[in-house]
Design a protein around this ligand. Structure first.
Ligand code: PMP
Length: 367
């Protein structure tokens, strides 16, 4: 059969299961009023300036997009204080992760990743027939970078660090990253996935960009899907030494980021009002959820992101279903090997209240 010609590394590969879209749940359950707190989206909605930029760009739909993403790179370069040739833009940072593995991972070579963490690192490495070495986070899902240094072998090609980490919300401290980068071999690429960077409030957070500017082999990853509220348009990027970018660019398709996405990203980058509002809604929502969890007696992990990991003490798969019936979509921790935990994205005030009320009911029904 033709199946025997499918590459060996793909046989055991499990495709990513995304959070359920609101429309699917509405259809399946016949519910009108469904809220989704499952995919770490920005509940404020898209920037009005980004929407206007898309409207204005609609007359150009017959043209190919700017394949070099020249304006977007130039705006990002000014915004972040690095040169334009240090940017590689992807169709979401998901695509950038695949590009990085396609660039560095030969069959049988290794990547090192935290556990639990974002599943796409392993996925992208497996597609390239690479191996994934998982390093468990410590008590409270805290990073201990000595554990990562020990996991590095002569076969390691990339160390993926996710900070703040999905699904835990924990982060790497500046002094710890400095010690780690000093200690490990200098020919290993350390990719720091900073998808949630713009939400961070902790003063001792390690900004990957500072280390890149100092000359370490660091590639920082960022996205427009979270604080910048453009998840649907798919724009993510990496910032790395231009030499590395020039190689990663070889695996990129010429028009991987569409024109509407590029113009919207530029507008969102400069919409200070929308950025400030999004940060405030998240910060206040975080405190409201902390309070709610505490009053229910549930342990949560303090977060630097727009989501919170919480131990509900009941079976998370059953809890997921129970909340779903009440029109609330969250992420089942079982997906991350945490069968009593759930990950909930911080929503608008009324969404957080509705979630907490549903959680209270469902947990008492199930315990
Ligand atoms: N990295 C992390 C840590 C994430 O949580 C996500 C989104 N869930 C991504 C990358 C992918 O983001 P994008 O929408 O840019 O592909």
């Amino acid at each position: 059969s033709i199946v025997k010609h499918v590459r060996a590394s793909l046989h055991d590969l499990k495709p990513y299961i995304p959070g359920k879209p609101i429309a699917d749940v509405q259809r399946e359950l016949g519910l009108d009023d469904v809220i989704k707190l499952a995919s770490n989206e920005n509940p404020v909605g898209p920037s009005p300036k980004a929407q206007a930029a898309i409207q204005a760009a609609l007359t150009d739909l017959h043209r190919y997009p700017d394949g070099g993403q020249v304006v977007l790179k130039s705006e990002l370069a000014k915004h972040l204080g690095v040169s334009e040739d240090m940017f590689l833009i992807g169709n979401g940072s998901d695509e950038v992760i695949s590009f990085l593995c396609a660039t560095f991972v030969e069959p049988g070579e290794e990547i090192v990743v935290p556990s639990p963490s974002f599943s796409e690192y392993k996925f992208a490495s497996t597609v390239m027939a690479g191996k994934t070495v998982e390093v468990p986070l410590r008590e409270g899902f805290e990073y201990n970078l000595d554990d990562f240094a020990e996991a590095i072998t002569e076969h390691t090609r990339i160390v993926f660090l996710c900070s703040p980490n999905n699904p835990t919300g924990t982060y790497i401290r500046h002094s710890d990253l400095e010690k780690f980068l000093e200690k490990i071999p200098s020919d290993i690429l350390v990719v720091i996935d900073e998808a949630y960077n713009e939400y961070v409030e902790a003063p001792d957070y390690a900004q990957g960009l500072e280390f890149l500017k100092q000359g370490y082999n660091v590639a920082v990853m960022r996205t427009f899907s979270k604080l910048y509220a453009l998840a649907s348009l798919r724009v993510g990027y990496t910032i790395a030494k231009s030499e590395i970018v020039s190689f990663v660019n070889r695996v990129r398709e010429p028009f991987n980021v569409n024109h509407l996405a590029q113009v919207a990203a530029i507008a969102a980058l400069h919409d200070e009002e929308h950025i400030a509002l999004s940060r405030r809604v998240n910060s206040e929502g975080k405190q409201a959820l902390y309070k709610g969890f505490s009053s229910l007696g549930l342990r949560y992990i303090p977060t630097e992101t727009n989501f919170i990991l919480v131990d509900t003490g009941v079976n998370s798969k059953e809890l997921f279903q129970s909340l779903l019936k009440k029109g609330v979509i969250i992420r089942d921790g079982g997906f991350f090997g945490l069968p009593t935990w759930i990950r909930v994205s911080i929503g608008l005030p009324e969404e957080n209240e509705r979630f907490l009320a549903a959680l209270k009911e469902s947990v008492s029904e199930l315990s």
